[in-house]
Write a protein that binds this ligand. Structure first.
Ligand code: C2E
Ligand code: MG
Ligand code: MG
Length: 462
């Protein structure tokens, strides 16, 4: 029976499942290109028509075109600053400007409306740009754009006192507007066609890499308060021919999108368990544990528990030396099944760690009910801790809460002796970071650390 409070936590409406630890690594270059392209288009269009309206003393339309220029400048600024969150606001501003322009461009005897055609590139851009965003931006906003095209095309609604194009330039104005809207649509589609092409190439290369075993495991040491090695975190790398060693940020999102993560994850688990078995026979290393990152997709797979059990059995590995790391984003999925998966494997002895703790949205009640053994304090909390009292207080509280809940704490991203000493003094149980050692190939790990069973206390060369 589940306790009532678990039920209340578990019955929270589940948000759209997002695994996105690296949300923008692939999307950002396209977004940047799109921002530059639309920014320039807005500036050129706004300046040209703005100058015309200004010289003809059409102040309202001059102001509207001035707003278009400002939106263009904002696009260029965002393309440099990588502030994704402002894209939604920008899209809404463009929508507002297009509505106003469409109303000012009511059909007349001299010609039909054309300003509403700008809803097409806006709809296409938002459909492609916000494909990983919430339901509103993903579907509702683009749909509204396309419906607006249909609405304005079939309606004579508009301002009676303002006209976008005076009679004498009406035909030319409509031709230019239509051409601009179509050119923008083609530009947006071209940018994202390239995006899809490079994605398909990456998918294919990754599938080939899994089949050809181009993926390799790296290990980063974890040390105890005394500075003794107590294990390692397993970190995937892809030795991609022609590209060199690729970091997980480059390929884990693709692996998750294509489902390849299941196969990759199982191989990492198999290799880790084989290594644990090998270590169990070595003096000094027999108690080391391995932390393996598990994608939320793996965790929600109905076969995951059985697969891990089989791997543990086949390798004859003591389950209590395998620690599975999950991130807080997993709890936006089906919590009930996630908790039951965690509990089923915990009964076997497998340990659970909550990775990147503090960057997600775990509540205290959730923490209390989850079968966790370890909290990994995210490295963003560690960075600069030497000079930041608020960070220190925050970490002290995290450690206190973990202690109350009987969960051990590991600090990740320790880069200096000062940071290590600081966290040690606060009562943190284990440490990981470049200060103790960078991730190195699994084979090298034993050579580097087995001899002394001690952390070098000096970063290994990258
Ligand atoms: P993570 O699990 O939080 O792993 C820690 C990351 O921090 C690693 O990056 C590690 O190289 C880096 N790191 C460790 N110490 C320091 C430090 O002192 N300073 C700094 N600046 N960085 C440090 P890496 O290897 O690029 O991995 C990134 C992420 O990729 C991992 O984050 C994990 O979420 C994911 N990942 C790696 N291997 C796997 C895997 O086998 N399966 C899955 N699902 N995800 C994986
Ligand atoms: Mg991790
Ligand atoms: Mg982490």
């Amino acid at each position: 029976m589940e306790p009532a409070n678990v039920k209340s936590v578990l019955s929270q409406p589940s948000k759209r499942w997002v695994t996105k630890k690296f949300p923008d690594s692939l999307q950002w270059p396209r977004t940047q290109l799109l921002l530059r392209f639309s920014g320039l288009a807005c500036i050129v269009h706004g300046l040209a028509w703005g100058a015309y309206y200004a010289t003809n003393a059409m102040s309202l339309l001059t102001a509207l075109l001035f707003a278009v220029v400002l939106v263009g400048v904002a696009c260029l600024y965002l393309s440099v600053r990588q502030k994704q969150f402002s894209l939604g606001a920008l899209a809404h501003l463009l929508m507002l400007i297009t509505i106003t322009a469409s109303l000012a461009d009511a059909p007349t005897a001299a010609g039909p409306r054309s300003a509403h055609l700008f809803f097409i590139p806006l709809g296409v851009a938002s459909l492609l740009l916000f494909r990983y965003s919430n339901l509103y931006l993903r579907w509702l906003f683009p749909t509204t754009c396309f419906l607006s095209v249909a609405f304005f095309a079939n309606s004579i609604i508009g301002f009676t006192e303002i006209t976008l194009f005076p009679q004498e330039i009406s035909a030319l104005g409509h031709i230019l507007n239509s051409a601009m809207a179509m050119a923008l649509t083609i530009g947006v589609l071209a940018i994202f066609r390239d995006d899809l092409k490079s994605k398909v190439e990456l998918h294919t290369a990754l599938a080939r890499a899994v089949a050809r075993n181009e993926l390799c495991t790296y290990m980063q040491p974890q040390v105890s308060v005394e500075g003794r090695i107590i294990g390692a975190e397993v970190l995937l790398r892809w030795n991609r021919p022609g590209y060199g060693m690729q970091s997980p940020a480059e390929f884990i999102p693709v692996a998750e999108e294509t489902g390849l993560i299941h196969d990759m994850g199982l191989r990492v688990l198999e290799e880790s368990c084989r290594l644990l078995k090998y270590w169990s026979g070595l003096e000094g290393a027999s108690q080391w544990k391995l932390s393996v990152n598990v994608s939320p997709l793996q965790l929600t797979s109905p076969t995951f528990v059985e697969e891990v059990r089989k791997i543990l059995e086949a390798s004859d590995t003591p389950a209590n030396r395998l620690c599975l790391e999950i991130t807080e984003s997993v709890f936006s999925g089906d919590l009930k099944s996630i908790v039951s998966t965690m509990e089923a494997l915990r009964q076997q002895g497998v340990l659970w760690s909550l990775d990147d703790f503090g960057t997600g949205f775990s509540s205290l009640s959730l923490l209390r009910e989850l079968p966790l053994d370890e909290l990994k304090i995210d490295r963003s909390f560690i960075h600069g801790i030497e000079h930041d009292n608020r960070k220190k207080q925050l970490i002290r509280k995290i450690i206190e809460i973990a202690e109350i809940l009987d969960i051990s704490t590991t600090a990740e991203g320790i880069e200096t002796q000062q940071q290590y000493k600081c966290l040690e003094a606060m009562g943190c149980h284990a440490f990981q970071g470049f200060f103790f050692g960078r991730p190195i190939a699994a084979a090298e790990f034993m050579d580097t650390y087995a001899a002394s069973h001690k952390a070098s206390r000096h970063p290994t060369k990258p």
